[in-house]
Design a protein around this ligand. Structure first.
Ligand code: GDP
Ligand code: MG
Length: 176
């Protein structure tokens, strides 16, 4: 192994969740600081953030773009090696909340490592139409032992906070 690589660690992160919960929107808010009404499901994207700690480089890779026809590629190659899953549901759609538990189980099994999960209730700006209370979301996360955020890609509410938490949490994990 190249000596330069000894102190490098790559952490792969991805947003998962039912169709239309806002995964692409959250990604665009965080990495492009933009929000549009609609995103087509083509193209993939990867953003990298490098955190230097003493002599160590921790490289965070954030993936996006699970277009339908590429889904199997993501599932077979990328998902297996993911370190952090941000599991998103839409606070105005109970069905998407009910998928969360199963998604955590499925992706936990698919993974070749022991991934970290963070639960995110999206579209917090639509609180008038909410079907899931903050408390219900946070209780589910607590019961699974995962962190919880309510966020809005539209207003930006808590989006940066979630990603900051993710990075800090991973940096502080013993294994890195
Ligand atoms: P994905 O299928 O999970 O990637 O979801 P998208 O990011 O494509 O978003 C699906 C729909 O929800 C789009 O019409 C978005 O404009 C809308 N949406 C996403 N995030 C928000 C949000 O924070 N607030 C509101 N009001 N709408 C959102
Ligand atoms: Mg999308």
């Amino acid at each position: 192994m190249d000596n330069n690589n000894i102190n490098k660690k790559v952490i792969k992160c991805i947003l998962i969740g039912d169709f239309s919960v806002g995964k692409t929107s959250i990604y665009k808010r965080q990495f492009y600081n933009s929000f549009q009404g609609n995103y087509t499901q083509i193209g993939a994207d990867l953003k990298t953030k490098i955190v230097q700690i003493e002599d160590k480089s921790i490289i965070f890779q954030f993936f996006e773009g699970c277009s339908y026809y590429r889904k199997h590629i993501f599932e077979n190659i990328i998902y297996k090696q993911v370190d952090v899953f941000v599991v998103v549901y839409d606070i105005t759609n109970r069905e998407t909340f009910e998928s969360v538990f199963q998604l955590c189980q499925d992706y936990s099994k698919k993974s070749t490592q022991d991934p970290v999960f963070i639960i995110a209730g999206s579209k917090q700006d639509l609180y008038d139409e909410r079907q899931i209370s903050y408390q219900e979301g946070s209780e589910l996360a607590k019961s699974l032992g995962f962190a919880f955020f309510e966020i809005s890609a539209k207003t930006g509410y808590q989006v940066e906070e979630l990603f900051e938490y993710l990075i800090k949490y991973m940096i502080n994990l013993d294994k890195y």
